[in-house]
Design a protein around this ligand. Structure first.
Ligand code: HEM
Length: 543
């Protein structure tokens, strides 16, 4: 049988017979093509060889450290298409996290597994607190965000939430200082906006609190960051048209980011005109504001130690930003990080409270005991309502606003446990592989939170039984990238809960509203976890 090289040779010969042996332009083109082809083939070969070599060196490294693989997620169809179908379906039914928990349950007590889906790299799902600690703290430098920066780029550009390495360090230090300052301030950011929230609720009747909480946290965060709120809670009352456009565009842009996030490596597929327009509107709004107020200019010639003015945050960040775009991006990054997360926490907290009236009653009594007839709680008073801290912690445990997260190994590294037949060997994570971690799934592991891990029991936080929980509980993650807004968010949630309990003598589940076991309700998973059915409550002022 004729070999491929014989065929090729015969083709070249016949081509030369037809076109002549003289170096005609077509001969030159042919020669160039052959050269380019051999160069490309050479490059491909050398990269394949170096990959095989890297693989071999990594394997040796793994063997030296006793690494073994965890069990692999079984799949019935090629490329795990059956699993992707299950994920897709459970997501569209609002039950993706329940589905992930049911898979994780099959792997208890070893709590680790790995998977290959489509042609993507191997992904490790790690639940063991030791692994979470090494991933987020001890070996933090071995991991990066993978494609996150380009997923978020259309809205967020370059800021703390998308940066890595030296650029992230700079942003982190710059913003950390501002959040430390915010911790020493009173809770004035919340007064006016929570009053607007209360005004937007009926005095007696049924209301869905979830969309109102999204407005509240947008209003509060824009006040903190820009020194000027967009007052979305006053939409259709006296909100300025430009603020309304910003609020609406920010929502559309954020929805778009969530869609891109789900597509991960194929995120570029989602870039429709309405998404691009929304990003543009948000950018224009912030840039115009920066320019009108002269923040970039002022930072050069004014004393920026002006902490009392409403716009101290933006002024301080402007003073250390190289350009208007840098300042815009940084503020939008923090807005994205702080807005939906806090709204979701508020929403789940109220959903839980109205479904557990005994806990709500206890909370009311503690609020009354600490506050008496005083309104507008201070930090100090909030800290004294100790059951409130337990309620918020428990809400964040059962419904962490960021329920699912991942990192990508930037170098070959090791996770300390979860491999091998008994699940105790270290695991080798090769460069480019993914590690998925989930507070939501961890929160339901009985070996961590006890036999009633699935129940809402805020008291577990006051009995001392979780004193050693460590890296089993990380709603704000931890390590170098720990949430910068943790204190601000906890104060915002606590302040709002107290003010709503003080204002409404009745807050209860509307009649006919279902009481599903925790975790079985329909959920909406975007970048954050919200309730697909909102947070409907019946409220009443006075006794
Ligand atoms: C209950 C509310 C909140 C929760 C549960 C939460 C949770 C988180 C989580 C899990 C991360 C890490 C994301 C990752 O690295 O993959 C994070 C980062 C961050 N959060 Fe929060 N967050 C909340 C509220 C806020 C608020 C109110 C702000 C600011 C106003 C804020 C600012 C930030 C910033 C700036 C980062 C990036 C830190 C860095 O990468 O160095 N967060 N948050």
């Amino acid at each position: 049988m004729e070999s491929t090289s014989d065929t090729l040779l015969w083709r070249v010969k016949s081509w030369r017979q037809v076109h002549g042996a003289v170096d005609s332009p077509s001969t030159i083109v042919f020669t160039i093509l052959v050269l380019v082809a051999s160069l490309v083939a050479g490059r491909l070969l050398s990269s394949a060889v170096s990959r095989v070599w890297e693989y071999h060196i990594d394997s040796q490294y793994g063997r030296q450290h006793g690494c073994e693989l965890p069990p692999e997620l079984p799949k019935r169809w090629p490329l795990g298409i059956d699993r992707i179908k299950e994920l897709w379906q459970s997501n569209s039914e609002g039950r993706l996290l329940a589905f992930l928990c049911s898979i994780a349950k099959d792997y208890e007590p070893r709590n680790n597994l790995c998977q290959y889906l489509l042609v993507g790299p191997r992904a490790f799902h790690v639940l063991h607190p030791k692994n979470v600690e090494v991933l987020l703290s001890t070996n933090f430098k071995d991991y990066g965000f993978g494609c996150r920066p380009s997923v978020f780029a259309p809205l967020l550009g370059k800021g703390i939430f998308t940066q890595e390495g030296a650029a992230w360090k700079h942003s982190r230090e710059l913003l950390r200082k501002q959040f430390v300052r915010a911790q020493y301030q009173d809770l004035r950011y919340f007064h006016e906006h929570v009053a607007n929230l209360i005004a937007a609720m009926p005095e007696h009747g049924t209301v869905d609190l979830q969309p109102l909480f999204f407005n509240l946290t947008l209003d509060v965060a824009t006040e903190l960051l820009f020194g000027k709120s967009v007052y979305s809670l006053r939409a259709d009352i006296d909100q300025k048209a430009e603020n309304k456009e910003f609020s609406e565009s920010f929502n559309v842009a954020q929805e778009g980011l969530a869609k891109r996030f789900r597509l991960a490596p194929f995120h570029f597929v989602y870039n429709p005109p309405e998404f691009r327009r929304a990003c543009r509107n948000v950018h224009t709004f912030v840039e115009r504001y920066i320019r009108e107020q002269g923040f970039m200019k002022r930072s050069l010639d004014e004393n920026v130690e002006d902490h009392d003015s409403a716009s101290w945050f933006i002024k301080q960040v402007a003073a250390e930003s190289a350009s208007e775009t840098d300042l815009r991006d940084q503020l939008l990054n923090v807005l994205l990080a702080g807005r939906d997360t806090t709204a979701c926490c508020l929403s789940w907290t109220f959903r839980l409270l109205v479904r557990h009236p005994d806990r709500l009653q206890r909370l009311r009594e503690e609020v009354k005991a600490v506050m008496g007839n005083l309104t507008n709680p201070t930090r100090e008073q909030i800290r004294r309502i100790s059951f409130l801290t337990c309620v918020v912690k428990e809400s964040l445990r059962l419904y962490p606003p960021v329920p699912l997260n991942n990192r990508e190994a930037v170098k070959t590294t090791i996770l300390p446990t979860g491999g091998g037949p008994d699940g105790t060997s270290p695991m080798l994570v090769r460069k480019g592989e993914m590690v998925v971690f989930s507070q939501y799934v961890n929160s339901r592991v009985k070996s961590l939170f006890g036999p009633d891990a699935n129940d809402f029991r805020p008291e577990r936080w006051e009995t001392g039984e979780l004193n050693d929980i460590g890296w089993g509980y990380f709603p704000f993650i931890g390590g170098p990238r720990q949430c910068l807004g943790e204190d601000f968010a906890l104060m915002e949630v606590s302040y709002t809960v107290v003010r709503l309990l003080q204002t409404f003598a009745v807050i209860e589940l509307p009649s006919g509203e279902p009481i599903e076991p925790v975790g079985t309700e329909r959920q909406k998973l975007t970048l954050v976890l919200s309730s697909a059915d909102g947070c409907r409550v019946t409220v009443g002022k006075g006794t």
